[in-house]
Design a binder for this molecule. Structure first.
Ligand code: LLP
Length: 418
């Protein structure tokens, strides 16, 4: 079900009109639907019901405490890539025993904190990281549960910046180097190898690359078994992509079937780390049209959200739908939707057919994933507020940053007047 729906040209999130939220809380404003997020998570749970599994939601997609809290309540585990993400999960009531720690460059302090919190598994990406983790665990009389992230050299057919499973990418351990490293891990005091993982990329719209990667992983698990190393889980990384521009997305049930069938006969828990597919379509970014600047060559609609609020269009050339939240009397024409930041790359959309008047509120759709989490203070712009809608109620789940917060922690030189 679409939880962002229009009634007579007025766009609602569940039972709340988006224009009302923009008027009440100002813009730019992120708005999330509780029902949409829960539904997306439940689709994975339902599809995986017949198989031993753990869904570790990728916190980097949307790390708001309210989002993490509601997923924790539904039984989610979490995929983290920093101590900041771990502390968020704990603050939101998440279970550290269901946390997997990914990332190419964990430092000793990260490792110690995660060991002390009792996370489920470290997804280790290099021999040097494995040795460091072993040392940190030994020094503290702890045992680190470990999975090696292998790089299966599979083409995920996605944007090059978010393809991670090719041998050219910085991620993971070359698959042919994994066997000796597992043997090393099994011998290392302080380390307990329990799993095997990969993550080949994001916004993947075909099942085949996942299946191909899994095939490599299953073969490795069998080889390890032959050498007396038996693992408890296999982790296939991030989830499916989403439809931003009418792309066809495989059904979660088909994707899950493609991942569980090759595991038949293996006594392995399947771990998935979906992020985007849980939250992307559960969120929008609201922005107000400040000025219209029609021209002979181009028409620009200057809006109050910018690349610092939503980076995906500027960084990846990503296309996200932009719609008016209320009916307009204006004539539709073609607009470039651009923000106030001083860069030509600061756009939300090019050549969009919209009927606009200054003061109108627009919604950038599919903004629940990699939206707020990639926001910055560039151009000294406070980051937006975030709202979570639950039926007819809306909750401020993060206040708009204040101007003072922009320079909190900074100082002028001693003795210089302020
Ligand atoms: N696991 C690992 C180890 C990851 O690196 C990622 C995403 C995920 C899971 C979640 O993948 P998903 O289910 O969301 O596809 N900022 C980019 C996306 C970067 C993804 C990075 N890793 C974007 O806005 O498109």
């Amino acid at each position: 079900m679409n939880h962002f729906h229009a009634v007579d040209g007025t766009l609602f999130c569940e039972g709340v009109a988006l224009e009302t939220l923009a008027d009440r809380h100002g813009t730019p404003l992120y708005v999330y639907s509780r029902a949409a997020i829960e539904e997306a998570f439940s689709a994975y749970q339902t599809a995986l019901a017949g198989h031993d599994h753990l869904i570790c939601y990728a916190v980097k997609a949307n790390s708001n405490l309210a989002v993490l809290g509601l997923l924790a309540e539904l039984g989610a585990g979490f995929d983290i890539v920093s101590i900041g993400e771990l502390e968020r999960v704990l603050a939101a009531g998440g279970d550290p025993g269901k946390v997997v720690f990914s990332g190419v460059c964990k430092n000793r302090a990260d490792m110690l904190r995660a060991l002390q919190a009792g996370i489920h598994c470290f997804n280790v990406e290099s021999e040097a990281e494995l040795e460091t983790l072993a040392a940190v665990a030994r020094e503290n009389d702890l045992i680190a549960p470990v999975s090696l992230r292998v790089n299966p050299d599979v083409d995920a057919r996605t944007h090059p910046y978010i393809a991670t499973g090719l041998k050219d990418n910085k991620f993971g351990i070359a698959i042919d180097a994994a066997l000796p490293l597992y043997n090393r891990a099994a011998d290392l005091p302080g380390i307990r190898p329990i799993g095997l993982d990969c993550h080949i990329g994001s916004q993947i719209l075909a099942i085949e690359p996942f299946a191909e990667a899994l095939d490599h992983l299953v073969r490795l698990v069998d080889q390890l078994q032959d050498q007396g190393i038996s693992l408890q889980h296999i982790d296939v990384g991030g989830g499916l992509g989403v439809s931003y521009q009418g792309e066809t997305v495989p059904a979660v049930a088909d994707y899950v079937a493609a991942l569980t069938e090759p595991l038949a006969g293996h006594n392995l828990t399947l771990i998935l780390e979906p992020g985007r597919s849980i939250v992307a379509n559960g969120g929008v970014l609201l922005t107000r049209v400040e000025y219209l600047k029609p021209g002979r060559h181009k028409n620009f609609a200057l809006v109050d959200a910018a690349m610092n609020d939503l980076l995906r269009p500027a960084l990846y050339g990503a296309w996200q739908d932009i719609v008016a939240v209320a009916p307009s009397q204006a004539e539709a024409t073609t607009w470039d939707i651009v923000g106030p930041v001083c860069e030509t790359g600061d756009f939300l959309g090019h050549a969009r057919e919209l009927a606009l008047t200054s003061g109108d509120i627009l919604a950038v759709m599919g903004a629940g994933a990699y939206g707020f989490t990639m926001a910055s203070n560039y151009n000294s712009r406070p980051r937006p507020a975030e709202i979570l809608v639950d039926l007819d109620c809306s909750h401020v789940v993060r206040e708009r940053e204040s101007l003072q917060q922009l320079w909190a922690g900074e100082a002028t030189l001693p003795g210089k007047p302020r």
